[in-house]
Write a protein that binds this ligand. Structure first.
Ligand code: GUN
Length: 286
């Protein structure tokens, strides 16, 4: 079984991205800028935000980090997003999710100016993707496509099965696979005989958000398995360790290729965020 290493793919793409950022700076006399807003102190979100800021800076982009207290009001957050929408040094505005329960996530996302939305999660950007006029695609599914491309895994004409239907992963994932000429099935928690469906896939992307949910018997021999899950269980044999939606150790000798957790899809999400920010900066600066 081939281990699809997202860290290697991200490192490889960073070399080109670094050059593209230098070229942008030479042309425009300023760096692409990404603003990241974190509300509250969720430990996992803090790690993600720190990594985003660090990666930005190591690539020569400007990063702007704003930490709002857990008690911040929706109005405070919307005002911050509107400020950033107006700031000419900011080309991407990312509000880290999930948000505290008293804040309406949809309202916040829809306040981000779509031309400054590096997550690709505003309705305008999701609609452009669905309509075949992609501006930026959501980072995680876009990162999955980059992994498939890096390892030269053919997609056209193959059966792709996406497990999960969120706006952030499942739905855009299905669209990107369709754009690459796969025959796509989307399944979810109400799908009857889920395993019969996943066993039909040549490429199976699992984004269900349930730790170690699918094992070897869920995949056909020779399949390509992409695990988008990311969990750190508090108890059981994986307590305190990172694991995905798939029982990776059951795949060897059975499927053709699979992404592990960690070092699978995770590093690609950040890489594609950086690529999306540069793309938005290029579109905004002309
Ligand atoms: N929380 C977990 N993943 C993401 C992501 O890709 N974007 C944002 N904004 N928040 C997240």
């Amino acid at each position: 079984m081939l281990r699809l290493d997202g860290a290697v793919v991200a490192q490889t793409r960073q070399i080109q991205l670094g050059k593209d950022i230098e070229a942008f700076k030479a042309k425009h006399g300023k760096a692409p800028g990404l603003a990241v807003v974190l509300v509250g102190a969720d430990p996992a979100s803090q790690v993600y935000v720190r990594n985003k800021v660090r990666t930005c800076e190591s690539l020569g982009m400007r990063s702007f980090r704003f930490d709002l207290p857990q008690s911040a009001s929706e109005a405070d957050l919307l005002a911050k997003v509107e400020d950033l929408n107006r700031d000419p040094d900011v080309h991407g505005v990312l509000v880290q999710l999930p948000l505290p329960g008293h804040i309406d996530e949809e309202k916040v996302l829809e306040t981000i100016q779509p031309t400054k939305d590096p997550d690709g999660l505003t309705y305008e950007n999701l609609g452009l993707l669905w309509g075949g006029r992609k501006r930026v695609a959501p980072c995680t599914p876009w990162g999955v496509m980059a992994i498939l491309e890096h390892y030269r895994i053919p997609v056209a004409g193959r059966r792709a099965v996406v497990v999960g239907r969120s706006n952030i992963v499942g739905k855009p994932m299905a669209q990107l696979l369709l754009d690459a000429d796969a025959t796509v099935t989307i399944c979810h928690s109400k799908t009857k005989d889920l395993r019969a469906t996943t066993r039909d896939g040549d490429i199976v992307v699992v984004a269900v958000g349930k730790e170690r949910f699918l094992g070897g018997d869920a995949f056909r021999e020779g399949a390509v398995v992409i695990d988008v899950g990311m969990h750190r269980p508090e108890s059981g044999p994986f307590a305190g360790r990172l694991c995905g939606d798939v029982r990776y150790e059951e795949l060897d000798g059975h499927v053709a290729a699979a992404t592990p957790v960690p070092k699978g899809v995770g590093p690609m999400t950040i890489q594609m965020l950086m690529e999306n920010t540069l793309r938005l900066a290029t579109l905004l600066e002309g």
